[in-house]
Ligand binder design. Structure first.
Ligand code: MN
Ligand code: MN
Length: 458
């Protein structure tokens, strides 16, 4: 089966192709440094401050051209560049998510078994569990001590730092395992990370390796075993994002869903100085687990941010003007989607799937089993977005998340649509989505950046 579509490289001049590769270098650096939603928020705040953004609290009144940010518990982020028109007339928003599938340490993770110490995990988001065994893992996050101190832990990225791993069975003895369904080859409770192996003290003492580990943890971080109860520690694939292929046309790395859209919409916003309509970039958390929680899109975080902006523009708290602002806005739900993979042609409709290298993907709807749980963008709005991209000569393609009744998924589009704003899904196609090593195309990443920039300016 062949899928023939426009190749976005053909739309770029040699100078633009060069720019696309340069842009991808910055993007890879971001992926390498932002392994968790907390790290992503920290990095983005550093970057926006350099671009003249200030926290919401720094303003007593917002003027046209002001640049403002609001962190939501250090896990989600809203940014705005104040436009010429009153916010009541609506804004332009590109919404993406900071979180990515990973393995979270359980509240009581540490146990010793036959001289090895493991940490128990509970996976976060949609993972194929077998992909997480026999690969180096890094550990990132925070621990809150009994005294209330916050301890940062980040280990496994540097070449001289130790990593962690989940063991797998050798093929020689895997007869029974290999006869299992893939989903059962490794179960949720098998995702135990090997974290220590050296004992301490007298030979007749039990759990000597665990005792040694706890001593190391106390010395190095000042934490105790009970402190894991109040911790958020995430195991993620260790190592840097990489160029892929002899021609370096692809980017491989963890967390591209959805930090691809975080990075591209952020860089797009940096190009916006005096927009007509207020430009908002929103980076949500918890998308991969259904957007629940105080940092997810099912919370009031967008409404609250817009209320704050509205108040700082002199409208105090007026519910009607906030509602109007939200309802009259236009949104891109910026998220990674499936790209056609010639190794797995049967799961997509070849006439409606997106391809790697085909440019930014417009997905009118996502959803599962008969467009369930999707906002389904209006034809009028898809038409508008098409015109914006065409006018700027941006490579785009339309895409659908797999064959009808094959499966599917959702995005944050529906949580923006509930305010009555127009919204459509728009982001890069990916291969090996949700795996420890996701793939995107350099040219698609560049197309996303240009597409979001045009949308902010629209
Ligand atoms: Mn996503
Ligand atoms: Mn996802």
């Amino acid at each position: 089966m062949e899928v023939e579509k426009l190749n976005a490289w053909d739309k770029l001049t040699p100078a633009q192709q060069q720019q696309a590769h340069q842009f991808a270098t910055g993007y890879r650096n971001f992926l390498t440094q932002a392994k968790t939603e907390r790290q992503a928020v920290k990095l983005v705040i550093e970057a926006v401050r350099e671009h003249g953004f200030q926290p919401l609290e720094a303003f007593s009144r917002l003027q046209q051209g002001d640049k403002v940010y609001q962190s939501i518990y250090g896990k989600a982020l809203c940014l705005a560049v104040v436009g010429e028109h009153p916010i009541e007339q609506g804004f332009r928003i590109v919404g993406s998510h900071m979180d990515a599938p990973r393995l979270d340490l359980k509240p009581n993770p540490i146990y010793e078994e036959s001289g090895l110490v493991f940490a128990k995990t509970h996976y976060y988001g949609g993972v194929k569990k077998y992909q997480w065994a026999a690969v180096p893992l890094a550990l990132h996050g925070i621990v809150i001590t009994a005294e209330g101190k916050t301890v940062n832990i980040s280990l496994g990225e540097g070449a001289d730092e130790p990593v962690f791993t989940i063991t797998d069975l050798l093929p020689h003895l895997a007869k029974d395992q290999l006869d299992k369904k893939i989903r059962e080859a490794l179960k949720g409770e098998d995702l135990n990370i090997l974290v220590a192996s050296v004992p301490v003290g007298a030979q007749n003492v039990k759990a000597r390796v665990k005792a040694n580990l706890l001593e190391i943890l106390h010395k190095q971080y000042g934490i105790t075993e009970e402190d894991f109860v109040s911790a958020e520690l995430e195991a993620v694939p260790a190592g840097a994002a990489r160029q892929v292929g002899f021609d370096k046309g692809l980017i491989g790395g963890y967390g591209q869903d959805d930090r691809a859209c975080v990075y591209t919409s952020l860089q797009a916003l940096f190009d916006i100085n005096h927009p007509k309509m207020t430009s908002i970039a929103l980076f949500a958390d918890k998308e991969e687990t259904g957007s629940a929680g105080s940092t997810g899109m099912k919370s009031n975080l967008l409404e609250d941010f817009v209320s704050e902006l509205n108040a700082l523009m002199g409208n105090k708290f007026e519910q009607l003007s906030v509602r109007r602002a939200l309802r009259r806005s236009k949104a891109l739900s910026a998220d990674g989607t499936v790209g056609f993979d010639p190794n797995f042609p049967d799961v997509v409709d070849k006439y409606n799937t997106a391809s790697l290298g085909g440019g930014v993907v417009i997905s009118k709807y996502s959803g599962v089993g008969g467009k369930n749980d999707t906002s389904d963008a209006s034809a009028e709005f898809v038409g508008e977005v098409r015109r914006i991209f065409n006018q700027a000569n941006i490579a785009w393609q339309s895409g659908e998340l797999g064959k009808v009744d094959q499966g599917g998924g959702g995005t944050i589009a529906q949580y923006m649509a509930r305010y009555g704003m127009e919204v459509v899904d728009c982001g890069p196609a990916m291969l090996s989505l949700h795996s420890p090593f996701e793939l995107t195309s350099v040219v698609d990443i560049y197309s996303c950046y240009r597409a979001y920039r045009e949308f902010f300016n629209y």
